[in-house]
Design a binder for this molecule. Structure first.
Ligand code: NAG
Ligand code: NAG
Ligand code: NAG
Ligand code: NAG
Ligand code: NAG
Ligand code: FE2
Length: 476
């Protein structure tokens, strides 16, 4: 039905002010077109049933051998510019060592960094010993080896630091959301790992373990998720966004502090960007400036997140970091019949800023499917003027929903019809994406569905940077 390509609705906002009445009529016609003529709805056929969570004795959940061996190893960026890394891990039996031993490849000099350890309880669950250690003053673009644990249970990993922040530094980000720990989740992660585009850092848009799916939010499933993802996140940073499945708010079992397991297990460098909470923060990495927002923390006027973002956006220097990327969990533009308009209140607060500061792209999750928007904005409405339809806007970001990691809740396949014109491509399949920055003007984006081979692109787009090369980059 909706395979048809959208009509020419672009450019109507540039109508000359003479012939005003003609253009009022024209824009009414065009608005009808905006409402009714979407981009492409893929009719790709796939199995819709969720594959359950992988059983506790699965290979991907195996505890490493040896008494108190470090497990659930994960890293993330540890400062604002990419010269520090936070290394985190869990020891099950006793606190053990907090030390990370590390050295750059080929170097004889081994350095040590000292971390901290803590535990937490959740209902009747008590966590293992969770360690976090920040390694600082790292060289750019360098491979580092690191070792944690002691004696016969030492475990060795490596990571590569990003090149120094600068406008033409090529860099490839991976994108996964709403991953969970099903057989499909494992497929998504495998496809990401085997994608020949070779993602260097993961932008994770929220909803990690789905432990809250279990009675008492059985936090054992946070541990299994940590062991499952270690094979990627021990070797490359994942940049974390908080989703609704991180809230773990359950007063009926005495758990009244939101985000308790998440904040104990996953640390982010929020203080480095002047944030006062780990749910919203920013980092620079290569040629990108990445702003992480929280759909589940207050964002109204005067709130800490609002104030932070208001102060943050003017600090972004596009001459240094041309690519301005925003991550959040709940999408602002979503044409599925799931979580419809849940992102609306945040959109009302922040969208005009995204247009003013020419955000290149916004990635979200939450809806368990894939969707890419046109460059559109919806900021003219003021309660009485009736101007409440998204319009083509070349200063606006592209909005991408990538909540299709493969969790236990299954696919969102019920879409609003007809496909709205703001929606360029939508498909209910599990998968991951890549955002491959080439230079200050060009980035190549691709989405890969799990049913295809590792290198196949089901959807793709050349992004033209909004600051350096702000020409039309629509694909329809
Ligand atoms: C916690 O309580 C649940 C339900 O009563 C039970 O199934 C589970 O085994 C308990 N877990 C621990 C660690 O005691
Ligand atoms: C998960 O994927 C990996 C890599 O493809 C594979 O070796 C492993 O057997 C899979 N495990 C499960 C439980 O599907
Ligand atoms: C609302 O928008 C209309 C049309 O753009 C404008 O004439 C009117 O003054 C606006 N109202 C307020 C309160 O800003
Ligand atoms: C799709 O969602 C709409 C709106 O929530 C609902 O009315 C409809 O029954 C759903 N269709 C299917 C096939 O579930
Ligand atoms: C930027 O990258 C694009 C795509 O690879 C290329 O076509 C273009 O020439 C590059 N620009 C410069 C200035 O190198
Ligand atoms: Fe979600």
């Amino acid at each position: 039905m909706q395979e048809n390509i959208k009509m020419g609705v672009l450019g109507f906002s540039s109508s000359p002010s003479s012939f005003a009445w003609f253009f009022v009529v024209l824009s009414l016609v065009m608005n009808a077109a905006v409402l009714c003529n979407g981009g492409k709805t893929s009719r790709f056929i796939r199995k819709l049933e969720a594959t359950g969570d992988m059983p506790l004795d699965s290979d991907v959940f195996q505890v490493p051998h040896g008494y108190n061996a470090p497990q659930q190893v994960h890293i993330t960026q540890g400062d604002h510019v990419g010269k520090a890394v936070i290394v985190s891990w869990v020891t099950a039996n006793e606190p053990g060592s907090n030390t990370v031993l590390y050295w750059s490849e080929g170097s004889e000099i081994k350095k040590k960094a000292e971390g901290k350890v803590h535990t937490y309880t959740y209902s009747n669950y008590t966590s293992g010993y969770i360690h976090h250690c920040t390694i600082r003053n790292l060289e750019d673009n360098t491979k580092y080896h690191y070792v944690i644990g002691i004696d016969h249970t030492m475990r060795k990993f490596w990571f590569i630091t990003p090149p120094e922040v600068g406008p033409d530094v090529p860099y490839t980000f991976g994108l996964i959301g709403d991953l969970g720990q099903t057989f499909d989740s494992n497929k998504t992660l495998t496809h990401y790992e085997k994608n020949p585009q070779n993602g260097k850092t993961m932008l994770f848009v929220g909803d990690l373990s789905y432990a809250d799916h279990y009675p008492n939010h059985d936090n054992v499933r946070w541990d299994t998720w940590g062991r499952f993802t270690e094979r990627s996140v021990a070797y490359q940073p994942w940049i974390w966004t908080a989703g609704n499945h991180e809230i773990d708010f359950e007063p009926s079992i005495g758990e009244t502090k939101p985000f308790k397991p998440y904040t104990h297990r996953y640390h982010v460098p929020y203080k480095a960007s002047g944030s006062t909470a780990p749910f919203w923060y920013s980092i620079k990495r290569a040629s990108a400036y990445i702003i992480v927002l929280s759909s589940y923390s207050a964002y109204g006027t005067y709130t800490p997140q609002y104030q932070w973002l208001q102060d943050e956006l003017p600090k972004v220097n596009r001459k240094e970091t041309p690519w301005l990327i925003v991550l959040m969990h709940s999408p602002w533009y979503n044409s599925y019949n799931y979580h419809y308009m849940e992102g609306e209140t945040m959109r009302v607060m922040f969208e005009s800023w995204f247009v003013q500061y020419k955000v290149d792209v916004v990635f979200s999750g939450h809806v368990h499917a894939y969707e890419r928007s046109e460059r559109i904005s919806n900021i003219a409405y003021n309660i009485t003027n009736g101007m409440c339809t998204p319009v083509n806007d070349q200063s606006a970001p592209v909005y991408i929903t990538i909540g299709d990691g493969g969790n236990i809740e299954g696919l969102a396949n019920n879409m609003t019809e007809p496909q709205p014109a703001y929606s360029a491509y939508r498909e209910a399949s599990f998968g991951h994406a890549m955002f491959d920055i080439k230079n200050r003007t060009h980035a190549y984006y691709s989405w890969h569905r799990n049913e295809d081979g590792y290198a196949v692109e089901a959807d793709s787009m050349w992004f033209y940077n909004r600051y350096w090369h702000s020409v039309e980059d629509s694909t329809s």
